[in-house]
Design a protein around this ligand. Structure first.
Ligand code: WTA
Length: 651
């Protein structure tokens, strides 16, 4: 049955008038949660949910809130994440269940069972110990989407080492910075990473910037990676290591990982997550938001493990719940633009979780790549990472979901660790473009600058008013920045999210976007300051201001206004040079889409760059008040440049 593109457009257009969608009856009838209720006592509620995990020792205190914002959950409890993700399934006779159907870029396949994963994790945990890694040490992980990344994370968790995973798309320079900030003892990496048929020599590139850091190297592409005495091959270590490595009983508040994310300054923030509370909320949300029935479902989260979505919803949530997942090494358009849907058919995926930017790419590529495959086993779809525009939502619902799958639009952050706002799919209607309500036990509000709740329908600042189990505990080695960034806008108990939001009459929250200097490109958080500092480090650049410009495909796109040293002229070659320079410093994902040469930047009299005005100019809006500018003429000149480029059809 071929879908006529024009007819589809018309249908989507009409659907835009539908405010909300009930879950299909067949779904609601069998759902794990059929009624949403807000518990009267959130703390007791979370204690009950923590009971679903295996504890070596029960906690004495559910929540210690005596020193806000430094909250502690399940104090006195002893637990191990790897034990919960592996041993207890194997002990209960589920060892032969597939944890991951791994699918390589060139079509290779590997099915990894829970028993197999447990065996690998124990050996690699012993290998880490043999290399001198102790409880509390930080281990860096810079790996592509291969099963070893999961083994490495769980091996750390098993012995109480703290992992610091860096997304494979970051540059070695960005990895170096993150290893240095966290004082990583060693780095688990790979000889080379495959991307769309090419191989990037990762180990060699890592050596160039970190010649002294010991590496454990996964042999993945056979490219003769340089190895020094400080380095070791993953497979050789695993082979030589002892088989048994008991899971260490760890304090509920023992650090599980640090994950660097972008903030409003150039220095990335090391978000610290701990053990018991994190696993409680991650497992609860993964099970109930995705309505997971682990015996029957096949789940696929298409994120990369290097982001928090991968940590919580590829690794920890699904494994803790005994799920069977798909893990795909490649890009969504390699070897062809229908590969995701081919894999959904092949593995019988029932629950699929992705990002709006990916959906928009699929829309662009055309329905023919989707309809070629049998997606009839799908029963739920999820979205994460940025606001999903109603049109993309409706396309996802209709073309991928066949009008028969509820969509959960999940709002959360690296800092929150787990989903906070969404709809429980069997219990609540979904509204395209609106995330949903706070989950049970979560207290989310929309506030004004003074901390008062704004009326429904009015935009305000998203806030979280009560501690939640999977919350970040601090910024790694930077308690002051933790307090300043998140708990100083109103008081020490109210968390400032950094997003603008509004609530409707049904209590549904729509998240509008960031209010700080953070840009969300394809669901990836980038700091304007970090990109500016990378641009300015180019020898020919004097000054730069970076903004997030609304973009049809990527949500936001990076636009940089750049002034050059002396009398240098901005040329196309220089555009390419600056973009490449940013790729080297941070990674390709941070390369500006547009560079606009400026003689000067709009600044207040005190010298602060007015980014708001630059956004107005880039998006072609009427300019607001420019009288506070030191030199109002600057804006006229920039306006002309942007207009000239648009007229020249460069956009
Ligand atoms: C945005 C990703 C609207 C938001 C899990 C948040 C969203 C930032 C949604 C966190 C959503 C995430 N609707 N906006 N469903 N999900 N965001 O830390 O601005 O990479 O603050 O975590 O993404 O990005 P992060």
């Amino acid at each position: 049955m071929a879908i006529d593109q024009e007819a589809l457009e018309r249908q989507l257009e009409q659907l835009l008038d539908v405010e909300s969608f009930d879950p299909p009856e067949s779904f609601a009838g069998a759902a794990l949660v059929t009624e949403r209720s807000a518990p009267a006592d959130p703390v007791a509620y979370w204690a009950e949910q923590a009971g679903a995990l295996d504890w070596f020792e029960e906690w004495d205190t559910v929540l210690d809130d005596s020193d806000p914002p430094f909250y502690k959950w399940f104090v006195g409890g002893k637990i191990n994440v790897a034990h919960n993700c592996l041993d207890r399934h194997v002990e209960a006779g589920r060892g032969e269940r597939v944890a991951f159907h791994w699918h390589g870029e060139e079509g290779e396949t590997r099915d990894i069972t829970y028993a197999g994963l447990l065996a690998d994790v124990q050996r690699f945990a012993n290998a880490l110990k043999d290399r001198g890694v102790e409880k509390g040490d930080v281990v860096g992980i810079f790996l592509p989407m291969i099963p070893e990344v999961v083994v490495a994370m769980l091996a750390c968790a098993r012995i109480g080492a703290v992992h610091n995973v860096v997304f494979g798309g970051f540059s070695p320079e960005a990895v170096r910075e993150r290893m240095q900030f966290s004082d990583a003892k060693l780095l688990v990496t790979v000889d080379g990473a495959r991307r769309k048929g090419r191989v990037a020599p990762i180990k060699q590139a890592v050596d160039e910037v970190m010649p002294d850091l010991p590496c454990i190297v996964v042999a993945h592409v056979d490219n003769d990676a340089p190895m020094a005495d400080k380095d070791a091959w993953y497979h050789e270590l695993v082979e030589a290591a002892a088989e048994d490595c008991p899971a260490e009983p760890l304090d509920a508040e023992h650090p599980l990982y640090v994950l660097y994310t972008s903030g409003s300054t150039a220095k990335p923030k090391g978000i610290l997550h701990t053990t018991g509370g994190y696993l409680t909320q991650v497992a609860w949300t993964h099970k109930h938001v995705f309505d997971l029935k682990p015996e029957e479902d096949v789940y696929w989260c298409s994120a990369d493990v290097g982001w928090v979505t991968g940590h919580s919803y590829i690794v920890y949530g699904p494994l803790c719940n005994g799920a069977t997942s798909v893990m795909y090494e490649g890009a969504p358009d390699y070897p062809h633009r229908g590969i995701w849907w081919e894999l959904c058919e092949r593995y019988g995926v029932t629950l699929f979780y992705t990002a709006p930017t990916a959906i928009r790419a699929c829309i662009k590529w055309g329905v023919e790549h989707v309809e070629r495959f049998d997606l009839s086993r799908l029963r739920l779809l999820g979205s994460v990472g940025e606001p999903i525009n109603p049109k993309a939502w409706l396309w996802y619902w209709k073309v991928v979901g066949g009008e028969d799958c509820p969509i959960v639009d999940t709002w959360w952050q690296t800092e929150t660790g787990a989903i906070m706002v969404t709809t429980l799919p069997g219990a609540q209607r979904a509204k395209p473009g609106v995330a949903g309500t706070p989950l049970p036990g979560i207290d989310v509000a929309v506030l004004d600058d003074d901390g008062n709740e704004v009326p429904d329908g009015t935009q305000g600042l998203l806030a979280i008013r009560k501690p939640w189990p999977s919350m970040l505990r601090t910024l790694y080695r930077d308690d002051n920045r933790f307090i300043e960034t998140y708990f100083s806008k109103w008081d020490r108990t109210t968390y400032l999210v950094g997003d603008a939001a509004k609530r409707d009459d049904d209590g549904y929250v729509s998240v509008i976007g960031r209010v700080d200097d953070v840009i969300n490109v394809s669901g990836h958080r980038m700091s304007t300051a970090e990109i500016e500092s990378a641009i300015v480090s180019h020898a020919k650049v004097a000054e730069a201001a970076v903004i997030g410009q609304a973009d049809e495909d990527t949500g936001q796109a990076i636009t940089a206004f750049v002034t050059l040293e002396g009398d240098l002229e901005g040329t196309d070659e220089l555009v390419a040079e600056v973009r490449e320079h940013v790729a080297q410093r941070i990674g390709k994902l941070a390369r500006p889409k547009r560079i606009i040469w400026a003689d000067d930047l709009p600044k207040t009299r005190s010298g602060k760059i007015m980014r708001r005005l630059l956004r107005d100019i880039a998006e072609g809006r009427e300019l607001g008040d420019v009288t506070t500018l030191r030199d109002p003429d600057v804006m006229a000149q920039l306006g002309e440049r942007v207009a000239a480029r648009q007229a020249a059809g460069e956009e």
